[in-house]
Design a protein around this ligand. Sequence first.
Ligand code: PLP
Length: 402
Amino acid sequence: MVKTGYSVKPIRKTFLPFHRPLLGAEEEEEVIRTLRSGWLTTGARTQEFEKTFAEYIGCRHAIGLNSGTAGLHLALVALGIGEGDEVVTTPITFPATANVIVHQRACPIFADIEPETLNIDPNEIEKKVTPRTKAIIPVHLAGYPCDMDKIAAIARKYDLKVIEDAAHAVETEYRGRKVGVLGDAAAFSFYATKNITTGEGGMLTTNDNTLAEKVAILRLHGISRDAWKRYGHEGYKHWDTLYPGYKYNMFDIQAAIGIHQLKKVEKFLRIRKKYMEMYDNAFSSIPEIKLPPRGKDIKHAHYLYIIQVKTEALTADRDTIMNAIQAENIGIGIHFRALHLQPYYRNSYNYKPGDFPNAEYASDRVISLPLYPAMTEEDAADVINAVQKVIQRYRKKVQLKK
Ligand SMILES: Cc1ncc(COP(=O)(O)O)c(C=O)c1O
């Protein structure tokens, strides 16, 4: 039990986790078939998952990796981004988005977010462009697409590469086009809590043949393509080291899960949408809660349901509210606390409070509520009751008008 100073009889008897994956007999049986096949590493199942993923996204190439982070990193490597270069990204993201820039000895440059979508603000990106800027990494937070037309226009104007961080965004569309093909490359994540999962895993997508060839080589030590076949029935083939590559390949046990998760991706989204609508209906009348964005001409993946608690209208800060919701036996997440104020980035690049006001406002107010297909309508109703109860408890006497 979390210490809150908030003592209650919880809404739920048992703890509702923030996320639980929904895996079925199909995934289990495919994993067992893989284990019995004698081929565990990158092979036919990875190829099949790559093919069906590329078809789903509508891109030429999908390259299976062991994480979304690997996808972001390999995109930077393959696009030649390195020492002395600058890459613009959002402070409201998971550390991996900026860490990979540092791994390349390039400099992460943050740009503030739009207060409504919590995505990077294209106008702020343009203010950060210098002669050293080489790329932009927009993050489609929670599965809501960034304003990619504006970002593409900036990229064209200053000759920059665009790498989409699509870790939350498998189903996302922007003006009729799926994310994953709106920049030079995109990285998807199949981490345990993601839209679809392989436990750990990722995919890089691109329409660029040369980039795809390079990434496919870099993901497996930099040795010549198809080296994974070297022990197969086609006979031993020599391989050559073309680059000092990485050990980032997806393997067939992961792909065995992914093949079946992908078949369920739209069904999972339909279930999440049902709970999202329950939350919207319940919270739209609570003035102390800012709802997640809804946009026209887009398809939102609804990977996360991020509310912002208007702490100025409450008698408690976000962490107190967060702990109180947990004390009601409801798991929550935080996506995300602003990266520029976290120790490494703050100390290494001299960022300070006040640098990105919109990001800092959100950073202190966001709470993600459970939203996943393995939960039930009763679970969603418990979440609603818990949030209503906690807000009621910490409401200021003079209430805000919605
Ligand atoms: C926005 C964002 N980018 C990148 C990643 C990294 O993905 P992975 O955990 O698959 O490396 C995550 C993971 O949570 C993420 O949320």
